[in-house]
Ligand binder design. Structure first.
Ligand SMILES: CSCCC(=O)/C(O)=C/O
Ligand SMILES: [Fe+2]
Ligand code: NI
Length: 180
């Protein structure tokens, strides 16, 4: 289950308190446990997944997260597979700077863990550790960054409501960090 570090440094593990805090940032957090087939754990433990298995994972998530389809009119989804040494890690520098998106960002964490940070207009920042089963939906325009943890290990499904997906619009904080 997710863990939230508040701007005062307090660490919160109580899911209803976390949901309340995140709502102030226009971020929704839900938790869905999938009824996974026997070999599912083995699949999610693999560092590299052939395209067929990737499609099977996305299809299973689509089938079981049907309620998400009602909540968000998402058009398509992709599967992120990060692990130490993966070439995908290069893309992290695109997202670990404050940015927004013109469309909602919805991510379902399948395995491993990752961190989001959200910032409020008054500068209050929180960090959210997401773990398997956590589903985060960030409203369009919400300033955030995203990063794997030191484990560099996670698999997640991203749900897109627009054809071009989540183009990061760097915000002043994001730009400042890029210039360093
Ligand atoms: C390369 S991890 C993908 C994360 C992402 O797309 C994003 O916008 C995080 O905020
Ligand atoms: Fe993002
Ligand atoms: Ni993103």
């Amino acid at each position: 289950m997710a863990i939230l570090q508040l701007s005062n440094g307090k660490v919160c593990g109580n899911s209803s308190e976390i949901v309340r805090e995140l709502a102030l940032f226009n971020v929704q957090l839900q938790h869905y446990s999938l009824e996974a087939p026997q070999h599912w754990a083995d699949l999610l433990a693999e560092d590299v997944l052939p395209d067929l298995e990737k499609r099977q994972i996305l299809e299973l998530c689509d089938r079981q997260l049907e309620s998400l389809k009602q909540e968000t009119s998402y058009l398509w989804s992709d599967l992120l597979v990060f692990h130490p040494g993966s070439s995908q890690l290069h893309s992290i520098s695109t997202y670990n700077r404050y940015h927004t998106h013109k469309a909602p960002e919805a991510l379902y964490l399948l395995s491993g863990e990752a961190i989001f940070s959200f910032i409020e207009l008054d500068g209050q920042q929180v960090q959210l550790l997401v773990q398997p089963g956590d589903y985060v939906q960030i409203a369009a325009g919400v300033e955030h960054w995203f990063s794997p943890t030191a484990s560099l290990e996670f698999k997640a499904v991203r749900y897109f409501t627009t054809v071009d997906g989540w183009i990061p619009q760097y915000t002043e904080l994001g730009e400042l960090k890029k210039l360093r």
